[in-house]
Every structure is written in structure tokens, then in C-alpha cells.
Design a protein around this ligand. Structure first.
Ligand SMILES: Nc1nc2c(ncn2[C@@H]2O[C@H](COP(=O)(O)OP(=O)(O)O)[C@@H](O)[C@H]2O)c(=O)[nH]1
Ligand SMILES: [Mg+2]
Length: 162
């Protein structure tokens, strides 16, 4: 998922509603429409976004949140909690071996984004001070080696390609 810009966009959306003393149902719908667009533009799957928005709407309308004293804050809390849930609830760290290199296995169907994720992961690890290496070993898929070279060059990390 491409999350660049998403967090600042969500902050902007929630900032608008947080301070409001009164929120109407149409304010809520308007906010959720913006959240929906932000998530879709960040490449989140359409069905996931639809369910996500429906859950928030149900929670916000169902629990008399809008009639409470701090409706804005409560709506923002519901959005935040649901986002955390959507992203898997808890984070887990990569276990690095004490004897490098640590080898990371990405498993998925063809075309599910493993190579792209390898590039993103290498980028993230590099920012954390690691020295990620991408090694092109897929000799079956057409242009797989070239693809890794392109992904590697874009993220400016070392790629061993034949
Ligand atoms: N929209 C979108 N496309 C992606 C994402 N990750 C990968 N892709 C695209 O999906 C296609 C397959 O990705 P790839 O990394 O080659 O998958 P692999 O076969 O599992 O290695 C490529 O065209 C990628 O650009 C993503 O997060 N969002
Ligand atoms: Mg691949």
C-alpha cells in the first residue's frame, strides 16, 4: 500500500471535525467520504475501504456519539481505532539474526507484489541503518531480473543482478 501522504491527509480531515461542538449526520458522511477517497488513493482495496467506512458509520451513528458532548473527538477516536484494527491491530518486528545476513522470505501468488514489496522493504531497512541487498534469482519469470534492477535503482539500494 502506498501510505505516503495518507497520514497527513487523514490528520487534515480529522482536524476539521475534531474541534466541532456539533456534528450532523451529513458532516459525518462528508468526513467519511473524504476518508474513503484518501484510502482509495492510497491504494487500499475497494472492498476493504467500503467495509471500513460502513463500520465507522455504524459505530458513530449507533452509539449516540453525535449527541455526546465531544462528538468530534469521539468520531476521530473511532476512525483511529478502526484504522489500527485494519492494519492488523499489532505490529511485529523482523527478527534479525545475530550473524548477518538476515534472509527475508516473501510468499505470495504471482503478481501479488512480492518484488515491489522487496524494494519497499529494502528502502525501509536502509532508512533504519541496515544494508539491504536485493539478489535477483528468479530466472523463470520474463524480465524478473530487469524488474529488480529497476526497483533497486529507484530506491537507490544495492542489487545483485546477473
Ligand atoms: N496498485 C498497486 N500495484 C502494486 C502494488 N505492489 C505491486 N504492484 C504492481 O503489481 C504488479 C506485480 O507486482 P510484483 O511486485 O511484480 O509481484 P510479484 O510477482 O509477487 O513479484 C506490478 O505491476 C506492480 O507494479 C501495490 O501496492 N499497489
Ligand atoms: Mg516477482
Amino acid at each position: 500500500m502506498a501510505f505516503e501522504g495518507l497520514s497527513s491527509r487523514l490528520q487534515e480531515i480529522t482536524r476539521k471535525i475534531r474541534g466541532k461542538a456539533r456534528i450532523t449526520e451529513s458532516d459525518l458522511k462528508e468526513m467519511l467520504r473524504e476518508v474513503k477517497l484518501a484510502l482509495l488513493e492510497a491504494d487500499v482495496n475497494y472492498k476493504i475501504v467500503k467495509d471500513f467506512i460502513a463500520t465507522i458509520q455504524e459505530k458513530a451513528l449507533g452509539q449516540d456519539v453525535l449527541k455526546s458532548l465531544t462528538p468530534g473527538q469521539q468520531v476521530v477516536k473511532i476512525v483511529k481505532d478502526e484504522l489500527v484494527e485494519l492494519l492488523g491491530g499489532q505490529t511485529s518486528q523482523i527478527n534479525f539474526t545475530p550473524n548477518p545476513p538476515t534472509i527475508i522470505m516473501l510468499v505470495g501468488l504471482q503478481g501479488s507484489g512480492k518484488t515491489t514489496t522487496a524494494g519497499k522493504l529494502a528502502n525501509l531497512l536502509r532508512k533504519q541503518g541496515k544494508k539491504p541487498l536485493l539478489v535477483a534469482c528468479d530466472v523463470y519469470r520474463p524480465a524478473a531480473i530487469k524488474q529488480l534492477q529497476v526497483v533497486g535503482a529507484r530506491a537507490k539500494h544495492t542489487c545483485f543482478c546477473k
